[in-house]
Design a protein around this ligand. Structure first.
Ligand SMILES: [Zn+2]
Ligand SMILES: [Zn+2]
Length: 430
């Protein structure tokens, strides 16, 4: 229960906005755009923010980023809350089984063509934050501070020849005036519908993109001894990665995954290069340097054993999403008011990443997950499929789905978090 009538007003306005939020989400889901190509998404967002009469709508921030500024008219102590949604989609087929599923193919994207879908649910994030802007603009006269609506492109990582994402928005000066006193982000996940999950400490891991280029010497496939075949060296690196785990503590999880192998050979040509694309994830950020060095050594020496060379590049590093104890303690009453105490749950750590970590690290704040699937919590608080439901499909899976009914919960969560921070009740104790 709340003693502040504005909370009830936020809920009422969120209910009113709900049908539009669902319509936006479905439109975005049908028209997904890959990282750094979110032009139409940005246009939809900016048009909506302008229609609300915000004080400022900045577009073209670090690519297709949009920042809306809403200055409340109720005084306050100068607090500024940054609410963030990521806007980009993934090169994944859409098999989620809804009638607004995507059939989009991006023919031009580097490395493509790719099928494109919102297999990470950023369509939900974008629509929910558009809804929150509607709600908070509706209580502007009672808002004791400033809200930044941050629509961030390229969360999934831009093409490696481009820049983009959260840090690029910081570098572009998106947060120099006004400077946030809190950042808030959330992510839809396979947790039960309407559940809010939080974790004190690292919610997600540290991440870096890996590119290993193994170079040999091109030659006819019938005379491999006259050249240098980079393929067995690549195989040795892939196999050797399995041993890296035994060189670091088993008590702090690390994964090294090669998800894409790119060669330039042919059935009768030993190609010049093989490129391995992958990612390192570390539960503890301090392990990252060590794992990077071990992988570099493995690649260089494995290649040398076959007479080839390896060049290892690390790109797009992202720090862990970290929630401090005092911020979580400050946020819990708000989360419990919005979804009910029984649906606020502590979650385990995962080795996913979210570059909203850059904002939370710089400005303080919180990151939570919002459940959107037909699941129940099983042993250890891990979601398992609900009897008779649509099952469980993880983010980035072609079958990932998010239930429309829970979008209004995300709208309310944004609005309550923002208002509580501005009025001074959602603040970490010293
Ligand atoms: Zn994702
Ligand atoms: Zn995501």
């Amino acid at each position: 229960m709340s003693d502040d009538p504005v909370h009830g007003e936020l809920d009422r306005l969120a209910g009113e906005a709900s049908a539009r939020v669902i319509a936006w989400r479905r439109h975005l889901h049908r028209h997904p755009e890959l990282s750094n190509r979110e032009a139409e998404t940005a246009r939809l967002v900016a048009d909506h923010l302008r229609s609300l009469g915000l004080d400022e709508v900045r577009t073209g921030v670090a690519g297709h980023g949009v920042v809306g500024v809403l200055r409340g008219a109720a005084g306050g102590d100068g607090r500024v809350v940054a609410l963030r949604a990521d806007t980009d989609a993934l090169p994944v087929r859409d098999l989620c089984g809804v009638d607004f599923a995507s059939t989009v193919v991006d023919e031009e994207y580097p490395g493509g063509p790719f099928p494109v879908s919102h297999a990470c649910g950023h369509d939900c994030h974008t629509a929910m934050l558009m809804g929150a802007a509607t709600v908070l603009a509706g209580v502007r006269d009672r808002l004791p501070g400033t809200v930044l609506f941050v629509f961030q492109p390229a969360e999934e990582g831009p093409p490696v020849t481009e820049t983009g994402g959260a840090l690029a928005m910081v570098d572009a000066g998106a947060f120099t005036d006004p400077v946030p006193t809190m950042a808030f982000g959330m992510h839809v996940t396979p947790h039960p519908k309407g559940y809010v999950g939080y974790r004190v400490g690292n919610q997600y891991g540290a991440s870096v993109l890996v590119r290993i280029t193994i170079t040999g010497e091109q030659v006819h496939g019938s005379t491999p001894w006259q050249g240098v075949d980079p393929m067995p060296a690549a195989g040795a690196v892939l196999t050797g990665i399995g041993q890296l785990y035994r060189q670091v503590s088993a008590f702090d999880p690390v994964t090294v995954t090669i998800g894409h192998v790119e060669d330039v050979g042919r059935f009768n040509i030993v190609g010049q290069t093989v490129t391995l694309w992958g990612t390192i994830r570390c539960a503890r950020e301090s392990d990252m340097d060590d794992v990077r060095q071990r992988l570099r050594r493995l690649a260089e020496h494995s290649a040398a054993a076959y007479g080839a060379t390896a060049e290892v590049r690390y790109l797009q590093p992202v720090p862990p999403v970290h929630n401090t104890g005092p911020w979580v303690a400050a946020g819990l009453p708000t989360f419990r008011r919005v979804v009910g105490a029984e649906r606020v749950t502590e979650t385990g750590q995962t080795l996913g990443y979210d570059d909203v970590s850059e904002f939370v690290r710089l400005f303080g704040g919180l990151y939570v997950i919002l459940g959107v699937q037909d699941t129940v919590l099983g042993p250890g608080g891990v979601p398992v499929p609900e009897e008779g439901g649509r099952g469980l499909a993880t983010n980035h899976n072609p079958h990932f789905y998010a239930d429309d009914d829970t979008l209004v919960t995300g709208v309310r969560l944004h609005a309550h978090v923002a208002y509580d921070h501005l009025r001074g009740t959602l603040l970490p104790a010293e």
